[in-house]
Design a protein around this ligand. Structure first.
Ligand code: NAP
Length: 296
């Protein structure tokens, strides 16, 4: 593991009760972390944000906040840009003034999917929807403002805390529907790499011990459609419900999504970070942690 610093550091963690924030808080237990919670701490309110960060005087700021209800972003581009881009620029400026580094998260949805093979950090983004545009704007504003940044693109997050904004996450939603006897219709034509927040949090904790700033792809390994992901979850817990694979066009979603948005962790591997596990292994671990009896 590459290591540039030792000893606990002062870290400000924004969105500490979110899906990823919850696992970051646990993983960073050895550091001196100030957990910041919405709406008390709202990154779109620039003056209070600056005052609070100045009082913490962090060495690292980790921002997990986002407006990421993808379809709603189509109707609310102002809010998407306010949270995902302009507030992020302000954070980058505050970090610059405080001499802190900034960890910020972006998305596989900055790509249009036409490559059809895993995307590396050097590939040109081409978002198809407002959410992706706003996240890409956030990326550019961070890069343009602050040298000491870690920009981390990830994909299909799931973790024990779930995502309040989206009413949970895919795995819990699909298991719950089966338990309730509801029909299971799952998109079969979008290929992704679902990623465990436990593993992402570990990767972040390792990365911020280094001075290897820049843009990173960080996901579990391998790829699948959402349909295959659902199938595997049920296989692991020994159930065989009927699942219908549907095309994303059948959902009539407002936002267009890429049909292929698998990310290759090229840079994370190049700097020697501990490898991420295959998505099937990460899913097995998750289901075990949730208390399911899972086959090996
Ligand atoms: N979830 C995914 O599948 C996925 C995929 C790719 C990339 N990402 C990116 O990964 C990051 C983390 O995602 P996540 O799933 O952990 O999201 P999450 O569960 O929604 O967590 C975000 C946290 O930030 C808080 N927050 C929202 N608006 C805020 C604001 N204006 N100021 C301060 N805090 C605010 C939320 O509070 P409330 O919960 O009270 O609103 C929540 O605690 C985001 O940048 C997201 O774009 C996520």
């Amino acid at each position: 593991m590459p290591s540039a610093t030792t000893g606990p550091r002062r870290i400000a963690l924004i969105g500490a009760d979110g899906q990823l924030g919850t696992d970051l808080l646990k993983t960073l237990a050895g550091e001196s972390v100030t957990a910041l919670y919405y709406p008390d701490f709202d990154i779109t309110r620039s003056d209070p944000t600056r005052a609070r960060l100045a009082s913490i005087n962090p060495e690292v700021v980790i921002n997990t906040a986002a407006f990421h209800r993808v379809d709603e972003c189509e109707d609310n581009p102002e809010q998407a840009l306010a949270v995902n881009a302009l507030a992020v620029r302000n954070l980058a400026r505050m970090c610059r003034d405080l001499g802190a580094s900034l960890v910020h998260f972006s998305t596989d949805y900055v790509f249009d999917g036409r490559k059809g093979r895993p995307y590396v950090e050097e590939d040109a983004p081409q978002p198809l929807m407002v959410y992706g545009v706003s996240k890409l704007a956030g990326e550019y504003l961070v890069r343009n403002t602050l040298e000491r940044h870690f920009l981390i693109r990830t994909c299909g997050l799931y973790g024990e805390a779930g995502c309040k904004e989206k009413g949970g996450h895919f795995v819990d939603m699909i298991l719950r529907r089966e338990e309730q006897g509801l029909p299971l219709r799952v998109v079969g034509d979008q290929r992704v790499t679902p990623t465990s927040t436990v593993e992402l949090a570990r990767g972040v904790a390792e990365l911020i011990r280094t001075e290897h700033f820049g843009l990173y792809h960080m996901t579990n390994e391998g790829e699948c459609s959402w349909y295959e992901f659902a199938r595997e979850a049920f296989d692991l817990i020994g159930k065989k419900p009927r699942i219908e694979a549907v095309d994303s066009s059948a959902y009539g979603s407002k936002a267009r999504r890429p049909l292929y948005s698998v990310l290759e962790n090229k840079k994370a591997k190049a700097v020697g970070l501990h490898p991420f596990s295959h998505w099937k292994d990460a899913l097995r671990d998750y289901l075990r942690r949730k208390g399911y009896s899972v086959r090996d």
